[in-house]
Design a binder for this molecule. Structure first.
Ligand code: SAM
Length: 282
């Protein structure tokens, strides 16, 4: 396929996902990664970091709704949230839909990602303009250590465990996140593809369970076509055992109907794991 027409993410040089693009809108090299934005007829605008699909206008609403709303559904009247990574602003844009929040911090290591997404993904990044949101550009693994029992919600919206993202898959980081949560708080981690990164997924869930407890770290699934293998996982954790599959709080009815993927039934279904995924984490 002609590179001047197709953007391709090769996964471990064995499989690939390509999308035809009409125009390359942006390219820069930050201190951390290559940042590119393409205009594509099928996926809309696409953000790539170091050649990996990160955000598309077509399907990122699934990721941003599913990293956020299952977690906020666990907390009555959440007041404070921290998003680590997430420089596209998508998770922040979902969090600011809750009027209860008083303080929301985004800790993204690469300011270049934030500015590219503000320019090319104004809708997805719109939440960054909310007056309750504070943006810091630091390594999340170091930043989170500044807090003790501070946050109701922590979302770890990281890249893969390579480069600066590696620090967000370490036990030390998981302990720091647990320490930064208020009692009963919820931390949600993107935990990769059970199909194409089965070992990373299984090891991450095991490590999260070793820090939060076997009953306090539970994976759930959704489908994101532009990510390797499409089937994607998050792992929800808390400072105390919780049945995360029961949405006890969260957005009111009419707000949920304004979403495009998440709803009360999707919440329950997301925690129903196929046999092969259960085997990976048993
Ligand atoms: N939804 C995407 C996914 O699942 O791959 C990730 C979204 S977001 C673009 C991931 C962000 O994590 C990137 O902007 C990257 O710069 C940021 N990041 C990586 N390592 C980080 C670290 N140690 N601290 C803070 N942000 C980090």
């Amino acid at each position: 396929m002609n590179e001047r027409e197709w953007f391709t993410e090769a996964f471990e040089n064995k499989t690939a996902f390509s999308v035809k693009y009409s125009r390359k809108l942006y390219e820069s090299k930050s201190a951390f990664q290559k940042i590119e934005v393409y205009e594509t007829p099928v996926m809309g605008k696409v953000l790539s970091l170091d050649g990996c699909f990160m955000v598309t206008e077509k399907d990122s609403f699934v990721y941003h709704e599913m990293i956020t709303h299952p977690a906020t559904a666990m907390i009555k009247q959440p007041q404070s949230a921290l998003v680590i990574g997430g420089g596209d602003g998508g998770a922040i844009t979902e969090l600011v839909k809750y009027p209860e929040f008083k303080k929301i911090i985004l800790c993204e290591i690469d300011e270049g990602v934030i500015s590219a997404c503000r320019e090319f993904f104004p809708e997805i990044s719109s939440g960054l303009a909310d007056p309750r949101v504070e943006v810091v550009c630091e390594d999340g693994a170091a930043y989170v250590k500044k807090f003790q029992q501070e946050f109701d919600i922590i979302l770890v919206d990281s890249t893969d465990p390579v480069g600066p993202g590696k620090a967000l898959y370490e036990l030390d980081f998981y302990n720091s996140v647990k320490n930064a949560l208020r009692s009963g708080g919820v931390a949600n981690f993107q935990t990769e593809s059970p199909f194409f990164m089965a070992n990373v997924f299984a090891d991450t869930v095991k490590n999260l369970r070793s820090v939060f407890g076997p009953q306090s770290a539970t994976p759930y699934l959704c489908v994101i076509p532009s990510y390797p293998g499409a089937l994607w996982s998050f792992t929800m954790c808390s400072t105390e055992p919780k049945d995360f599959s029961i949405a006890s709080c969260g957005l009111s009815g009419e707000c949920v109907s304004s979403l495009n993927y998440y709803n009360a039934q999707v919440h329950i279904a997301a925690f129903v794991l196929p046999n092969f995924v259960q085997k990976l984490i048993s």
